[in-house]
Design a protein around this ligand. Structure first.
Ligand code: COA
Length: 166
């Protein structure tokens, strides 16, 4: 594939042409991603075309927590997590494993972060039609947590993942 660079979102990245087919995700990238980055509200990681700095795939990570109720399966009230908030791959670059590559990086970064500030899960809340992508295509050990309305919550237990590496 064309030469790509992996980088954090910055003001030099060209985002205007990006279209992943999901308007909410496109809008986030165009209107909020950089602002959130600068405000330390979410961190956006990208793949960009090396020659033009045009973004073709991105995801966001932020610190969050599972609250009372949702956290009960862990036997405590609140569980610190890394939230995989947004993921998008431009229509012209789909099915080249860029989504999988970004999620792999998210997992690495979550494991790294958990060594400094406790976080137990890498968690994603996604629409029902993307659920099978995480469970069947990503193949990194995502577990189903629950469906509510038209969304599904899935997670990787970082403790379990780390133990399996040993
Ligand atoms: C979902 C998305 C991130 C996948 O990215 P991608 O880089 O094209 O996917 P990958 O190359 O990593 O994986 C491709 C595989 O996933 C499958 N796949 C793609 N979208 C899928 C979906 N919605 N449900 C199930 N499987 C899906 C492909 O058929 C392909 O399967 P194969 O390997 O058997 O051929 C991308 O399609 C996208 O940006 N969608 C719109 C935004 C969105 O829905 N984001 C997720 C919200 S959390």
């Amino acid at each position: 594939m064309t030469d790509l660079i992996f980088k954090e979102l910055d003001r030099d990245v060209i985002i205007e042409t990006f279209n992943c087919g999901d308007q909410a995700i496109n809008n986030f990238l165009n209107n909020l991603a950089l602002l959130n980055q600068e405000q330390k509200l979410s961190k956006t990681y990208t793949f960009c075309l090396k020659n033009s700095n045009t973004i073709i795939a991105f995801l966001t990570l932020s610190a969050s927590q599972l609250n009372t109720g949702d956290a009960r399966i862990f036997g405590i009230d609140k569980v610190p997590i890394v939230l995989l908030g947004r993921l998008g791959v431009d229509n012209n670059y789909k099915n080249k494993k860029l989504g999988v590559a970004l999620i792999n990086i998210a997992l690495e970064k979550s494991l790294e972060a958990s060594k400094i500030i406790a976080c137990r899960l890498l968690l994603v809340e996604t629409t029902l039609d993307i659920k099978s992508y995480y469970l069947e295509k990503v193949n990194m050990g995502f577990e189903w947590f629950r469906d509510r309305k038209n969304t599904s919550i899935l997670f990787i237990d970082l403790k379990k993942y780390e133990e399996n590496l040993q």
